[in-house]
Design a protein around this ligand. Structure first.
Ligand code: BG6
Length: 513
């Protein structure tokens, strides 16, 4: 129990606990971050924790413990977190919120194989349980390379920190990459599940924390309008694009040897595919949602022959807008001989009545024309066209486009008569935009996911089964690429020619988002 006697947000009598519109507030708890000095923690995790505190969604005694090699004092750590929060937080920086958060911060210095340092960490947590009322409830955030998971999990087990009890929970939050292929993912899951039961493991796929991604379920299942058309009778193909304009700047160490398919397709894009293609779950409990995702992923496989249905590329120097940027091989820290791809595309298909014969095209890349993530469900042509060819020369295929980012929203693209005395039909967009329709601001994905992990709400976290199924889909593609070189594409373009060929063979073209 909390020793803090001031009213806490989670006992605030002015909040109606039945009001489902209010975000739930985490109960007494704390978090330990491994890899706290890394890029992800500094840019995303620490600002998200500050934002949650600022929104009153963390318990007042919330405690944050950093673990790392640096010989930092509590005040060094506080200073570092403060800088990260000031630079990256979404909400206003408020001294009173900061002071309360900072009171519960500690830093423990040590390596991952250092028994004494982990014993020191265990003592620190016990102490915080007493002084801050964290009640023994701790989440361990592993923002570290997967080859260090074994050492940290072993230490957490050895020092007794991994074990939940009737009174207190222990959870582990894991960052991708979850392995390198199916075999290594399986091994990693075995290792983590050997220490933490699956119900205490929260694997982060930050795309699932995005509002627009969660809206896929609302769009499909809360409306009558779309679902009757959402099948192979009407849908011609689906394009899922995650394009970035940035290069690898500073991330060479992580990215070299991983590449675009492992970095983005295995997790974010295959999860988007699952949400777009799955059947309606009988309820939105984590178990039901995960059951439907597992079903659809089990039915998903690459289309063959892979030489024609996949594409990979590496960016070379080029114009990104008005800036001339270097190619990958010239970037600092990158091995100039590297064959790691910065662009990957593949064609998947789903063996089910709903999706028989419908290609799902997935693509992702760095240094592309612009930053955009979208899902385009492209419809077949009308079965009969009463207009002549010259009247419909500018008519494309109807499409529903879910814009994940930026300009979050949904576009419906269809043909409309051009004003004038002639009958000419041209494509137009009907556009729903979040920023115009709602005044509420979307929380950052990491805010939502960290809060959900503290609340034991696991709907938005992929299970071990989902992760392994995604690798099963991707493995044959990765193997087929082993003996080939990625094709070059100039920075600022939309990827290699082979990606265009991949679609044109089926009479399709990529949307220019
Ligand atoms: C990460 C990838 O998962 O997602 C990065 O590792 C990528 O390579 C990032 O840049 C993109 O995330 P977002 O939310 O900016 O689309």
């Amino acid at each position: 129990m909390s020793t803090n006697t001031t009213p806490t947000p989670w006992t605030n009598p002015l909040r109606d606990p039945q009001d489902k519109r209010l975000p739930r507030i985490a109960g007494p708890s704390g978090m330990v971050i491994f890899g706290v000095t890394g890029d992800l923690a500094r840019r995303k995790l620490l600002p998200a924790i500050y934002d949650l505190a600022n929104r009153g969604l963390l318990p007042p005694g919330f405690s944050l413990v950093g673990y790392g090699r640096r010989k930092w004092s509590k005040s060094d750590f506080e200073k570092y977190v403060r800088e990260a929060a000031e630079a990256g937080a979404r909400t206003e920086f408020r001294e009173n919120v900061w002071e309360r958060l900072a009171e519960g911060m500690e830093f423990v210095s040590g390596n991952f194989d250092d028994d004494a340092a982990f014993d020191n960490l265990a003592d620190t947590l016990k102490n915080l349980d007493k002084t801050r009322g964290t009640a023994g409830n701790w989440a361990f955030y592993l923002s570290i390379p997967p080859d260090s998971f074994a050492a940290v999990c072993h230490q957490l087990e050895r020092s007794g920190m991994a074990e939940s009890s009737e009174e207190a929970w222990r959870r582990v939050i894991i960052e991708k990459p979850f392995g390198h292929d199916l075999e290594s993912a399986h091994e990693l899951n075995r290792l983590v599940n050997g220490v933490f039961p699956e119900s205490s493991v929260f694997r982060i796929d930050h795309y699932l924390g995005k509002e627009t991604v969660q809206n896929i379920l609302a769009l499909r299942f809360a409306n009558q309008l779309f679902e009757p058309l959402w099948n192979s009778n009407y849908v011609d193909h689906v394009q899922i694009t995650m394009a970035e304009d940035i290069g690898l700047g500073g991330r060479a160490g992580y990215y070299d040897g991983i590449g675009a398919a492992r970095d983005v397709i295995q997790n974010h894009l295959i999860q988007l595919l699952a949400l777009v293609a799955m059947e309606e779950p009988i309820s939105f409990t984590p178990e039901q949602l995960q059951a439907e995702k597992i079903k659809i992923l089990s039915a998903t496989k690459p289309r063959y022959p892979l030489a024609e249905t996949t594409a990979r590329g590496q960016y070379s120097a080029g114009w990104q807008g008005s800036e001339y940027v270097q190619g990958l091989r010239e970037e600092e820290g990158f091995n100039p001989e590297s064959t790691t791809e910065t662009f990957a595309a593949c064609t998947l298909e789903i063996t089910s009545r709903r999706w028989a014969g419908v290609p799902f095209y997935l693509r992702t890349g760095k240094r592309l024309g612009r930053r955009v993530t979208e899902i385009a469900v492209v419809f077949k042509d009308a079965p009969h066209q009463p207009f002549t060819d010259d009247m419909t020369a500018s008519l494309g295929q109807n499409a529903i486009v879910i814009r994940v980012q930026p300009d979050e929203g949904v576009i419906i693209r269809f043909g409309s008569k051009v004003p004038g005395s002639a009958m000419e039909v041209r494509d137009v967009n009907m556009d729903f935009s979040y920023s115009e329709s709602f005044t509420e601001e979307s929380p950052e994905a990491y805010e939502r996911l960290i809060l959900d992990a503290l609340l034991d709400e696991s709907s938005l976290f992929p299970t071990n089964k989902e992760v392994e199924l995604s690798w099963r889909i991707l493995d044959p593609i990765l193997e087929s690429w082993e003996s080939s070189q990625p094709e070059e594409y100039p920075a600022g373009t939309w990827g290699p020619k082979s990606a265009d060929d991949m679609l044109s063979r089926n009479g399709h073209t990529w949307r220019r988002p």
